[in-house]
Design a protein. Structure first.
Length: 366
């Protein structure tokens, strides 16, 4: 899990980032936020929360009994189960504990996240409430070492999935079988269940989508395998392409080469301080010179505690890259001539002097 010392450091960074708001406390009930600041990851059907006072004192609320080994000064418990049945009113139970504690601290102006717990609290404890999610999203951009360690494990699972895909993809294989085999490969790689449903793309001969019941791979199609395994709260997101039958056409190979050229271009362009919108524009024009169309969707996005987060390689945003951000690059080309499409995706850590690619599996068309 996340490191307790670094979680405490993140709490201090949050208070510093919100200092001009003059808050008495910050209340967080979204599991990724609680985890980020306390290193506590609850059972997936349990709610949790943390309150951080302006002076740095913290209260965490956990299910059924006070959890240990988390970055909080005080931990209280609420009954998440009644005689073996999960309670649906967990957010309200947590909010009662938080309201009592905050009332005793005379908290009147409070930051809150977009969680059910914070929503319940606002009914129970009158005061001024200030949304803090945007500040947290920005803090989460630059990954700490404990986060990078978990991200690397998640991406090792992605590599294991790509290797298994190379073994099982063949004419006639069912898309659901491929998905099941890749899910198993990810779990075997990490040695534990994933912390989120396995998402992304597992459909053959099309641009993407989930595995389809009754659909089988057909020789000559391109199988886009875009994987999103998770490890202890952190997401991977990578993509490789497989030629069903192992005989790609010249058009398929040309399209795949054009996509991988975009990855090489990003590796030259991306540095701390560079505009994401400018990177998108340059790679769009580069790809357009190769295929006449350019990019038809985003070029990439940040990844971490969510599958999509800051920064955005997308013209709808104008983020500027920061050191130690983790971002994807996933150029795609889709048309009937190549029997579906190709997309290749690497995941990079932005370093002062370049990029570190977390996806180690070869990027060529299999």
């Amino acid at each position: 899990m996340l490191n307790l010392t670094q979680s405490r450091q993140r709490q201090r960074r949050l208070l510093a980032a919100l200092a001009d708001q003059k808050l008495d406390a910050v209340i967080l009930g979204l599991t990724p936020h609680v985890y980020y600041f306390t290193a506590f990851w609850p059972f997936w059907q349990h709610q949790t929360a943390v309150a951080i006072l302006a002076d740095g004192r913290t209260l965490a609320v956990t299910a059924n009994q006070p959890a240990g080994n988390l970055a909080a000064d005080e931990v209280r418990a609420f009954p998440a189960n009644a005689s073996g049945t999960l309670r649906q009113d967990q957010p309200a139970e947590i909010a009662k504990i938080l309201a009592d504690w905050l009332r005793g601290k005379k908290a009147a102006r409070m930051g809150f996240d977009a969680s059910a717990v914070a929503g319940q609290l606002q009914w129970m404890l009158p005061g001024q409430y200030v949304p803090v999610d945007p500040a947290i999203w920005q803090l989460r951009r630059q990954k700490d070492e404990d986060e990078l360690a978990l991200l690397r494990r998640a991406h090792q699972a992605a590599d294991a999935m790509f290797a298994r895909a190379a073994q099982v993809i063949r004419p006639g294989v069912a898309e659901t079988q491929v998905f099941a085999e890749l899910h198993a490969a990810a779990v075997h790689s990490t040695g534990e269940p994933m912390t989120a449903l396995l998402g992304n793309d597992y459909a053959c001969g099309v641009g993407g989508g989930p595995p389809r019941t009754g659909k089988q791979a057909v020789a000559g199609q391109i199988y886009i395998i875009d994987v999103g395994p998770t490890y202890r709260g952190y997401f991977s997101d990578g993509c490789r392409c497989y030629s069903v039958g192992g005989q790609p056409t010249d058009a398929q190979q040309k399209a795949h080469d054009a996509a991988t050229n975009c990855l090489a271009m990003l590796e030259k362009l991306a540095r701390p301080g560079v505009s994401c919108r400018q990177i998108y524009a340059q790679i769009h024009e580069h790809l357009k010179s190769l295929n006449g169309v350019g990019l038809v969707h985003h070029l990439g996005h940040g990844v971490g505690l969510q599958p999509h987060e800051f920064p955005h390689l997308n013209p709808f945003w104008d983020d500027v890259l920061l050191e130690d951000e983790v971002l994807t690059c996933e150029p795609g080309i889709y048309n009937h001539e190549i029997n579906g499409g190709v997309r290749v995706e690497n995941v990079y850590v932005v370093k002062k002097d370049g990029l570190e690619n977390l996806i180690k599996f070869p990027a060529e068309l299999m």
